[in-house]
Design a protein around this ligand. Sequence first.
Ligand code: AMP
Ligand code: MG
Length: 473
Amino acid sequence: MTLRFDNSYARLPDRFYARQAPVPVAEPGLVAVNRALAARLGLDADWLESPAGVAMLAGNAVPEGAEPLAQAYAGHQFGGWVPQLGDGRAILLGEVVAPDGARFDLQLKGAGRTPFSRGGDGRAWLGPVIREYVVSEAMAALGLPTTRALAAVTTGEPVLRETGAMPGAVLARVASSHIRVGTFQYFAARGDEDAIRTLCNHLIERHYPQANGPLDLLRAVVAAQARLIAGWMSFGFIHGVMNTDNMALSGETIDYGPCAFMDAYHPDRVFSSIDRGGRYAYANQPQIGAWNLAQFATCLLPLMGEREAAIEAATEAVHGFGPAFQAEWLARFGAKIGIAAATEADLDLIETLLSRMALLRADFTRTFRGLLEDTARAEFAEAEAFDQWEGLWRDRLAQEADPRAVMARANPARIPRNHRVEEAIGAAVAGDLAPFQRLNAALARPFDDDPAFADYSLAPRTDQIVHRTFCGT
Ligand code: AMP
Ligand code: MG
């Protein structure tokens, strides 16, 4: 099996990365190969599952044409500046060119130490690998831009974490690129204008070929993030670590650390054990998105001509986030209540429902899906709160041509609920991959009714609720 590589990032100047091969592991073992994604990339899934394929996925064999490297980047973590982060446990093997010409980064996460590892061991354990596999694939199935999971393998080596010695694993991650806000910040902080210009041109060529220069690029990135974050909000997704190094400039969701899909709705919901101040709470995500984009804009200023004018134009572009997000949010939430093209006049109706859901901690996914199935009322501890809203809603829907079809496309029956993800992780660590496989199958078509997967639509019982999530690094 030969992979078709064309490694544009490896052709950028040396200071963009450190050349670094994956560190071989003791005993590679197959966990999963994503056959549909393999087909999309033009890779032979049978080969990936063979001993030679598993050896590559574990980092024990570097495929011909790969030019493995660890990318340099910096970032604001929880608002605090860190001048050097970089791939501390991920190796970019190279860029695979699919049969249709699309280009994808192929990265091994958990592939060993790199010059950017700082104190870390460069490894991942099976729990976070399973979590990222399930949740990133669910995100893709929900129709949102995201990094993907091509495969997961175990290493046969223990990884030491707070919880003790855990089974080591490697995730083969696929992304349209891994260029982050933090990649620009790395060079901006060093006053390396040449590098910023090179990276800007690379980004335009790769993701925004229609953009005419840095200001236009900034506008396109702002629009992509507004779309993405509104999409997250519409499925009750909380990213959990929206540091600038975890914002991909392609507009894809990246870094499935302590992320979670909410069960009971509340705008202040936080899951991450390390997010003590609630900086990355559900309802803060748009503001944080705009804050991160302001950091990106700052990096581009040296390319934008005269300083005063550049600041004014960049500020205006970043301020475009608010209206862009609002429009995307309205379209998404309008659709969730069956309105094909919601306008400002519909805001009240949407917000009234959300505030009642928050007050009564109604399950986010079940309530919206319930609007389609006439079961939403049961999600409210005090049903009158719903009944009153329902009257207004039905009046509004009388003006819609096919509200059920609109809702069916906007309201999934199944999301990767935390307790089911935890269940899959627990079983996998104990050697049973069946719950992981069944969960993936259930989430592959989240908008379809499927009686075989009805249990995944259930909210957790009180004793099943997961209150905290962990990065697992
Ligand atoms: P994350 O929290 O996954 O966004 O990672 C933040 C930074 O820590 C990145 O530079 C990672 O490469 C690095 N990092 C996380 N876990 C490890 C690890 N086990 N070994 C080395 N570096 C790590
Ligand atoms: Mg990260």
